[in-house]
Design a protein around this ligand. Structure first.
Ligand code: CTP
Length: 143
């Protein structure tokens, strides 16, 4: 019998230059679900939406995530699947989406919460680790 709140959990991000903020997030996700799927934003997303060049290429980012104890399955996701979480839900059929708490209460996520509710899926908001990000690491290396 399961002790976890959810069966299948999903989270999504770039996870470039894997750092402690990423690990904190993924470990918190895995505390709440039996099986954790990670959607890894592809290089097109990083270039066209974040307007920056990935340091670690998409297939290597997927391999690193798949090697972690707290991750059960990591897969590349498209720009469309990153922007429209209903597409991710259709593809992976998860019970819960984990997102950063900076999105909580935003128009976009309130709508996603309503759409998900009709399909029996939830959203859980998790805290962002302060003081670390891929952007921060890139800047630190430049100095
Ligand atoms: N994340 C986090 N704490 C951090 C950095 C990231 O919880 N300090 C989470 C993000 O909220 C996201 C996931 O980790 O859910 C993947 O983050 P990513 O897209 O790689 O963002 P950053 O590391 O912040 O990179 P960037 O500086 O390019 O935005």
């Amino acid at each position: 019998m399961s002790e976890k709140k959810y069966k299948i959990g999903y989270t999504c991000g770039v996870f470039d230059m894997f750092h402690i903020g990423h690990l904190n997030l993924l470990e918190r996700c895995k505390e709440q679900c039996e099986y954790l799927i990670v959607g890894v934003c592809n290089d097109d997303y990083v270039r066209n939406i974040k307007h920056t060049e990935p340091v670690v290429e998409e297939n290597d980012r997927v391999r690193i995530l798949n090697a972690l104890k707290c991750v059960d399955q990591a897969e590349l996701v498209s720009i469309e699947e990153t922007d429209n979480k209903m597409l991710a839900l259709k593809r992976f059929d998860f019970n819960v989406l984990f997102s950063g708490d900076d999105w909580k209460g935003s128009e976009r996520y309130l709508k996603t919460e309503r759409d998900f509710a009709e399909l029996g899926a939830s959203i859980e908001y998790l805290p962002y680790t302060k003081g670390i990000s891929t952007t921060y690491l890139k800047k630190k290396m430049q100095n």
